[in-house]
Design a binder for this molecule. Structure first.
Ligand SMILES: Nc1ncnc2c1ncn2[C@@H]1O[C@H](COP(=O)(O)OP(=O)(O)OP(=O)(O)O)[C@@H](O)[C@H]1O
Ligand SMILES: [Mg+2]
Length: 228
């Protein structure tokens, strides 16, 4: 099976070398757990390998996406509109956004032949659609378009504040081939408080260990227990 290296130090070894090609991966976690960083790092790994990527941003405008990447030393600006495409959808402009999604994002996706797609976040994207049935249909359609285009994707998702093991809309994990959960661990005795686990990853063996990770000025680093 073809693998897509994530660019996240320590993560690929947990699942036999990377995401299975064509998978839709949901990266879920509470605010500040590094979901956006994960997405940026994944896209950047593709750029470094000469692949094309699209980053669909619902949270930040293009300038702040560039600035966030820059803060890790990833020069998105140098690759923008060449092999790195940033599409901004503003959830404030609901009607235009839905149209932009279909006319802009999905078309760009097909035209440029991107191999990596990031949606940050699928939670905000889902909110563009008013009723439950439409939301479900559109999220499924999006995942299908991305897959049909031959891309391997990362959808970030917020967790439900009452249950940090499910996403806020309870939808994303069902369209996903893989789910990665980022968490603050409540163990007060350690100063390491962020943990990552692979909850689900279709068609591959993977680690089920709960691994500590850090967000550094070079991005996310997953530690092996030996590094603790
Ligand atoms: N350049 C950087 N160097 C080191 N640490 C950083 C850097 N940028 C961000 N961080 C750390 O990463 C944390 C979370 O980053 P990120 O924005 O990826 O999380 P998130 O899960 O997307 O949050 P939100 O739910 O608010 O969108 C920040 O609060 C900060 O602690
Ligand atoms: Mg974010």
């Amino acid at each position: 099976m073809e693998r897509v290296p994530t660019g996240i130090y320590g993560l690929d070894e947990m699942m036999g070398g990377g995401f299975p090609k064509g998978h839709t991966i949901v990266v879920m976690g509470a605010y500040g757990t590094g979901k956006t960083t994960f997405g940026l790092q994944y896209i950047w790994e593709g750029v470094k390998r000469g692949e094309k990527g699209i980053y669909l941003s619902l949270e930040e405008d293009v300038e702040s996406v560039l600035a966030s990447a820059e803060s890790f030393g990833w020069d998105f600006a140098a690759h923008k509109d060449r092999n790195l495409f940033i599409v901004r959808l503003d959830p404030q402009e609901a009607m235009t956004s839905v149209r932009q999604l279909k006319d802009g994002f999905v078309r760009t996706l097909k035209e440029i032949g991107a191999t990596r797609v990031v949606v940050d976040s699928i939670t905000l994207l889902a909110m563009l659609f008013e009723d439950e049935a439409e939301r479900r249909r559109e999220i499924f359609n999006l995942a299908r378009s991305v897959k049909a285009a031959g891309a391997t994707s990362v959808f970030t998702a917020e967790v439900d504040p009452r249950n940090p093991y499910v996403t806020r809309d309870g939808l994303a994990e069902y369209v996903a081939d893989g789910v990665i959960l980022l968490r603050y661990e409540e163990t007060a005795s350690r100063d390491l408080d962020l943990t990552l686990r692979i909850v689900k990853m279709r068609r591959t063996r993977h680690s089920r260990k709960i691994k500590p990770y850090r967000i550094t000025d070079e991005g996310i680093i997953v530690l092996s227990e030996a590094d603790l």
